[in-house]
Design a protein around this ligand. Sequence first.
Ligand code: TRP
Length: 331
Amino acid sequence: MDKKKVFSGIQPTGEVHIGNYLGAIKNWISLQDSYDCVFSIVDYHAITVEYDPSVLESRILNVAATNIAAGLDPNKVILFVQSMVPEHTELTWFLTCLTSIGALERMTQFKEKASRQKGNIFAGLMNYPILQAADIVLYKAEFVPVGEDQLQHLELAREIVRRFNSTFGKEVFPEPKSLLTSGARVMALNDPTSKMSKSLPGSYISLTEDPDSIRKKIMRAVTDPGPQGSEMGPGIKNLFTLLEGFASSEVVTKFKNDYAAGNLRYKDLKETLAEAIIDGLTPIRERKEEILSKPEDLKEILNEGGRKARAQAVETLKEVRDIMGFNFPKA
Ligand code: TRP
């Protein structure tokens, strides 16, 4: 039985929050039995904006530990660090020569990040989506679980694949499709019209947040600016999204019924939600601490993933070099 290949990348950002957990990590975990998954911590992407080299390693270990603590099983998936497989950058160059500058300049994320950049805008920021395309096609992935904000990058990857295959006259790469499975879109607690983000203070609950702080943030979460007709307001909708992520379906149904009947008390909802989040996060926090207390074991897990990923990447690169006319053997 051949499982379909899935690739996804996660940025080694400092803190992982419950939005990342419900939107991405849980999604990855749900795929690990039915797909052949390759998951990468994308450190080459992380350097396209200003960063601090002295914390890169600890951030990578932190993200790896978080995912494993949340249930990602390195025996089922390949989990590795992008820079362990230099073929990512080699393939990026080949694809760079097939990507139009206009398409890169149209990327929403590039425009946003460029406008926030105070100094120079470097080519790495613009070429970010090419590196992302290389990530995916290096493993000939057919499916890519991503949030909506990455769909434009995925569409560009598809375009690059089509150009590659037609330029060289062979279906070397499959066109990757998005897997937009149930990933929840969690909004900022203090502003439910923007996405939860670690760059918005007060907006998020980290996966390792302590119980008291979780209670405070949920009790303080913005609910509704006023009557919204029959539509649920964005704040209350966000609380329900979180409830669905952390509480049992019976609890969710009870509160939905209360809401429909017009007798939902926000305080009750918030108290129940806070406890559900605490119950959900406590084991993750504990497992993560344990994993991080043995960094050598964690590094060995990543090394093993890197070896497996690289074995596949080397094969793809051989094929690419060959079809693109690069026939000089490596020393
Ligand atoms: N750009 C993605 C993000 O910020 C991360 C990423 C890098 C990725 N390479 C990828 C996602 C390949 C999917 C496939 O979320």
